[in-house]
Design a protein around this ligand. Structure first.
Ligand code: GAP
Length: 462
């Protein structure tokens, strides 16, 4: 839950404004007044999100031999979600205010504002008139097929509320089509949809969002141990993408607050400027999911252990992360305003996004010192062509070079390469064929031969 001591609304406002100004994130449907709870990622946001998903996939699937990937359909058979308990059971408690006509999540009134002025929490203003809580269905549905009529219940399909269910439903196909033994995992990244009552805190709680989920199937006796191991692996992952351990909190969800089928759940929370909030859940779900799908489908989902000759339903450990929330955590963590003093004692503030290089949307800015110098421009364009197959780069020849550095600082580009008169041999001949590399964080510069640039960069941005 958000704690007032840890909130910093001014910082959050600056972050939201930078994200719009520099093209990270826009409100969906903004041209028409905005679609509440939905967001569009602009050019830099799309790169950042892609870097996160690619790195998660690389670390979770490609660099492990006990996890396989899949990419399931968003549209989901209603029977899948009946069996899983989502239909009829996936809801949040909601209250209405008869005075301001607002609708609020009843279990989160502490963090919401009512429609009265001066605004306060729902129920606290003397004019507030709250109803008793009732269950509000979070599922989003659609109708499939050309013949579907408004009243044909069979035509209803759901936009999945989590990526997990297609993993459980394909677990047997994946097991049978791959030579894999317990323990093993199936991983998926993709969109999920929930009709949240109060989407809020920028992209944090959205109605359309992406998840990065692993269902790790194991023997029952290994469930608790693997839950702890996955928690550790996931904490390391956050460190590697620039979200430090010191800003993460681990909530060992107590008995009575976990889902009824879970024997252990850890919430990994981050200190957002709007409070300490969940990024990911690591849950030991027992064999609940396979059991309900075995019952619901009438098809056997048991695992046969060749060595012990046992037949049983595997248990599951699920690290389930929010992609958009992790992007937001990376953005919040990267944002910095650094006070600088120049040689004449003049003070200035530099806005810099300190993304770790592997996550940065642009890896290198490439600048000719003088845009009218054809040789400098030609070398820059050559460098650009060499680097482009390997990483996202940005060519810029507009304005003073100092300004160009600042523009890249503001979007978190870790390195800038400048081709100058030394490069083309017009000053010190010893520097011919070298460029300056300027480091975003320290602002220090060094010279490097153009021929070594690619390898030097690859070592630092992977
Ligand atoms: N399969 C388990 C599951 O979906 P969850 O705690 O409901 O568990 C997992 O969701 C993660 O998905 C959360 O920790 C969060 O990062 C992300 N998530 C859930 N609802 C979200 C929403 N409305 N907007 C953005 N991210 C959300």
């Amino acid at each position: 839950m958000a704690s007032k001591d840890t909130t910093d609304p001014v910082r959050m406002e600056k972050i939201v404004s930078l994200c719009k100004r520099r093209g990270f994130i826009f409100q969906a449907g903004e041209l028409y007044g905005g679609l509440n709870g939905c967001w569009d990622y602009g050019p830099l946001g799309a790169e950042l999100k892609r870097n996160l998903k690619d790195y998660w996939w690389r670390k979770t699937v490609q660099e492990r031999d006990d996890v396989l990937g899949m990419d399931g359909s968003i549209l989901t058979h209603q029977d899948v979600l009946k069996a899983s308990g989502h239909i009829g059971g996936f809801s949040d408690p909601m209250v209405d205010c008869k005075a301001c006509k607002g609708r609020f999540r009843a279990d989160n009134l502490e963090n919401l504002e009512c429609g009265q002025k001066p605004s306060c929490k729902p129920g606290e203003h003397k004019a507030c008139e709250l109803t008793e809580p009732r269950a509000f269905d979070l599922m989003l549905s659609t109708k499939l097929g050309a013949l579907a009529t408004d009243d044909d219940p069979k035509a209803i399909a759901y936009l999945r509320p989590e990526t997990a269910q297609s993993i459980f439903c394909q677990y047997k196909n994946i097991l049978d089509s791959n030579r894999i033994k317990l323990p093993f995992g199936i991983a998926q990244v993709g969109k999920s949809f929930r009709n949240e009552i109060n989407p809020r805190n920028y992209t944090f709680r959205s109605r359309e969002f992406e998840q990065m989920e692993i269902e790790f199937f194991c023997r029952p006796e290994d469930g608790m141990r693997l839950t702890d191991e996955w928690l550790e692996a996931r904490l390391n992952f956050y460190e590697e993408i620039g979200v430090p351990r010191a800003k993460l909190h681990i909530l060992d969800v107590p008995d009575g607050e976990r889902a009824f089928y879970s024997e252990k759940t850890y919430d990994i929370e981050y200190e957002f400027p709007f409070g300490i909030q969940e990024l990911e859940g690591v849950a030991y779900r027992t064999n609940y999911d396979l059991r309900v799908h075995q019952e619901g489908s009438g098809r056997p989902l048991e695992y046969f252990d060749e060595e012990t000759k046992e037949r049983f339903l595997p248990h599951v450990v699920e690290p389930s992360a929010g992609c958009d929330r992790t992007v937001l955590a990376m953005i919040c963590e990267a944002f910095d305003e650094e006070e600088l003093t120049d040689e004449k004692g003049k003070k200035d503030v530099r806005t810099v996004m300190r993304f770790v290089p592997r996550m940065a949307p642009i890896k290198v800015g490439i600048f000719p010192l003088l845009k009218k110098n054809e040789e400098q421009v030609r070398i820059c364009r050559e460098i650009q062509k060499t680097l482009q197959p390997w990483m996202n780069v940005f060519y810029d020849d507009g304005g003073a070079v100092g300004r160009r550095y600042r523009r890249q600082d503001e979007v978190g580009t870790p390195f800038c390469v400048t081709v100058d008169f030394d490069t083309i041999g017009e000053n010190d001949p010893a520097h011919q064929g070298t460029v300056t590399i300027r480091h975003r964080d320290s602002m220090e510069q060094e010279r490097l031969p153009v021929s070594e640039l690619l390898v030097w960069l690859l070592e630092r941005v992977r």
